[in-house]
Design a protein around this ligand. Structure first.
Ligand code: UDP
Length: 456
């Protein structure tokens, strides 16, 4: 941290006591670790929770308060409705979400004035605008889930099995696939699974989609309380067979257009392997996101595919034993990271020196298979000629890399050996590390360490 700028986290709780209070506790925890924290809330919430907020702000820790006027009038709410539990009628909930969304602009105006520059946003449920803001200012956004892992597991198992849709309102049913026999009736389910609240389905789907794009998640629990359910929550990659998942990420500056990314997605799907696919957020991904939604791509691949929107912990993912291949644009850092992890590569170079790197990986080192990109993106031909990404070639390359036959095994062995060589090389480094790169690594490390610490 001595040569990285001071970490500054922005905490934006949903305007509800159940979210605000634990997030203030989190602010104290973070500040005790030397992080500057700014809590963003509205004037009436500040007055209402004055004693708790003031205690935190005056604790001597580096905790600050930023107040944003709540646009009640603009959103058609009566005055004083700055908090969910203050709404005079459930019918006003849409207006409340709308008002909460209008906080984006005033917050972004203030963002540039915040010192030091914020490094991360931790925001509560139902604040989808914070995703866009984090993306715009190129910082991670972590989602604070006000519930525990047990309720997460219950909801998840119901969404997958849809068993609650097959029973009448008061008939009890067992939630399938949980470590315990949990019996409930449909009438007891939360609103998102309850057909009584259909008018809000669209709003809720949007809110949930935004929460799914988080760079990380903080859950207000401890492992000893819901041990099996915490495990359940964490196990995605852990439950996959060794070397069975392909990790696909095209670096930080992916210039591919929507339809080319769709081809990539279809190739991943057609390969029939487990996959993690990192999608950049922002305007470029709009066409892709529309397609994902319209085609139900995420839904139909959810048993074996995971879409990561925004920034993925690449090095961490690559080091997991479940990863059997890395579909990469052959940026030099990604190439080194793939090599160091000892995994074979599916190559999709896009521009710059990436086509050279592909030759090194495929021809010289023999640890990769080309997925068939033929024209550099910078030549601008990708829209016209269709030469860039083809699902069949992507599928074929993935299959060859993941193949358990002789050719695949030979490639894997070479990749493994090279990974060993990479680890030895790192151990022998005696010259000082490049400071800029080290800064970047520390920033990532701090982020993910923090997630782990908070989760613990
Ligand atoms: N990276 C990451 N998560 C992402 C995308 C990229 O951690 O979701 C990191 C990756 O590990 C690598 C760097 O960003 O260290 C990308 O550098 P590279 O030279 O591979 O490609 P560029 O982004 O410069 O084209």
């Amino acid at each position: 941290q001595s040569f990285h700028h001071q970490l500054h986290f922005i905490l934006i709780p949903l305007m509800s006591p159940g979210h605000l209070i634990p997030m203030i506790d989190m602010a104290k925890l973070l500040a005790q670790h030397g992080i500057i924290v700014t809590i963003v809330t509205t004037p009436l919430n500040t007055i209402r929770f004055n004693s708790i907020i003031q205690r935190a702000v005056e604790s001597g820790l580096s905790i600050h308060l930023l107040q944003l006027e709540f646009p009640s009038l603009e959103a058609g709410l009566p005055p004083g409705c700055e908090n969910m539990d203050k709404l005079p009628s459930r019918n006003l909930i849409k207006n409340f979400y709308h008002a909460a969304n209008l906080l984006q602009k005033p917050f972004e105006v203030l963002f540039d004035k915040l010192q030091p520059r914020p490094s991360c946003i931790i925001s509560g449920k139902n604040l989808p605008w914070t995703v866009n803001t984090a993306c715009k200012f190129k910082i991670p956004r972590i989602f604070f889930d006000g519930m525990g892992c047990f309720s997460f597991s219950c909801t998840h198992k119901l969404e997958v099995s849809k068993v609650h849709e097959t029973v009448s309102k008061c008939e009890s049913f067992v939630i399938p696939g949980l470590p315990h026999r949990i019996e409930l009736t449909k009438a007891q389910l939360p609103e998102n699974l309850n057909p009584g609240s259909e008018d809000l389905t669209e709003v809720r789907d949007k809110l949930r989609a935004a929460d799914n794009t988080a760079d990380g998640i903080v859950i207000n629990t401890f492992e000893g309380l819901e041990t099996e359910y915490v495990k359940e929550y964490k196990k995605w990659l852990d439950s996959c067979e060794r070397g069975s998942v392909i990790y696909a990420c095209l670096g930080s500056i992916c210039g591919l257009t929507g339809w080319q990314l769709i081809e990539l997605g279809l190739g991943l799907e057609a390969s029939n392997h487990g996959f993690i696919w990192v999608i950049r957020g922002g305007e470029k991904s709009e066409e892709l996101e529309r397609w994902i939604l319209q085609e139900g791509f995420e839904e139909r691949t959810k048993e074996r595919g995971l879409l990561v929107r925004g920034w993925a912990p690449q090095v961490l993912i690559l080091s997991h034993p479940a990863i059997g291949g890395f579909l990469t644009h052959c940026g030099w850092n990604s190439t080194l990271e793939g090599v160091s992890a000892g995994v074979p590569l599916v190559t999709c170079p896009l521009f710059a020196e990436q086509f050279y790197n592909e030759k090194l990986v495929v021809q010289v080192l023999g640890i990769g298979v080309c997925a068939g990109v033929e024209v550099a993106v910078t030549w601008g031909l990708e829209n016209k000629s269709g030469l860039v990404m083809k699902r069949d070639k992507v599928k074929e390359a993935i299959e060859r890399v993941m193949d358990k036959g002789e050719e695949g095994e030979e490639r894997r062995n070479k990749a493994r050996e090279l990974g060993e060589v990479a680890r030895n090389a790192i151990e022998k480094v005696t010259t000082p590390l490049n400071a800029a790169r080290l800064q970047k690594v520390l920033a990532h490390a701090a982020r993910f360490r923090l997630q782990i610490q908070l989760a613990e």
